[in-house]
Design a protein around this ligand. Structure first.
Ligand SMILES: Cc1cc2nc3c(=O)[nH]c(=O)nc-3n(C[C@H](O)[C@H](O)[C@H](O)COP(=O)(O)O)c2cc1C
Length: 206
């Protein structure tokens, strides 16, 4: 089983990476494979709502979004990590997730996910709310921990001193590993995923 951890920070080995690494180590200790996927520093375009991806399955911009989407079928769980930028996720991660999740319920449903945040001082809760919304409209079980998944600091050294934050992330990794194993056992025992109805869409015009 494998979990993909997305680093939405402009810093490849900064605070968000340090936080993701703690979750990754906990998953590895539970025999779950991991890969950290960094968004880099090239401009990340937002979704332009052209709907081409609904027909082709991939974005017309052939960038990291498509690289990520190609990995998804072989991935069992996801962690999206962001630095807090003005009480929200980084602009790059927001643009990335808008394009990754647009019209892709079938690709992501029933796969556990969670968000983690790194901030200096405040805004982690609103970022957490923002990121959880991608999972909660796509039938993805959200993995939780003993507290909200945040660490505090402006350097990796400071983050490592946030003992409660780091413990929260280790617990998160353990909880995700446990849920993945539960799902695996359920599948092997013949338990089907929920058989849900076709989606009814209303636009509140009547
Ligand atoms: C543009 C920008 C906006 C930021 N806004 C906030 C904020 O709203 N709240 C906060 O606590 N820290 C804020 N920070 C600090 C970062 O969230 C914090 O240092 C984070 O741990 C950096 O993670 P990184 O090393 O992975 O980039 C901001 C940093 C930048 C560059």
């Amino acid at each position: 089983m494998k979990v993909l951890l997305v680093n939405g920070s402009p810093h490849q080995k900064g605070c968000t990476y340090t936080a993701l690494e703690e979750v990754s180590n906990a998953l590895n200790k539970n025999n779950i494979d991991t890969e950290i996927f960094w968004l880099g520093n090239d401009p990340m375009a937002g979704c332009i709502g052209c709907n081409i991806c609904l027909k082709t399955g991939k974005c017309f911009r052939n960038d990291l979004v498509n690289t990520f989407l190609e990995k998804v079928p072989n991935i069992d769980g996801f962690v999206f990590g962001s630095p807090v930028h003005f009480a929200s996720s980084s602009g790059a991660l927001t643009s990335f997730m808008d394009r990754v999740f647009y019209g892709r319920r079938n690709l992501f449903q029933n796969k556990p996910a969670c968000a983690i945040m790194s901030c200096r001082r405040g805004g982690a809760s609103s970022t957490f709310d923002q990121l959880n919304k991608y999972f909660s409209m796509n039938n993805m079980p959200i993995v939780t921990s003993q507290y909200w998944n945040q660490v505090h600091g402006t350097t990796p050294q400071e983050v490592k001193k946030d003992l409660e934050g780091m413990q929260t992330l280790r617990t998160l990794g353990n909880n995700m590993a446990w849920l993945l194993k539960c799902i695996d056992i359920a599948k092997k025992s013949g338990l089907d995923y929920p058989q849900n109805e076709d989606i009814i869409k209303t636009n509140f015009i009547n």
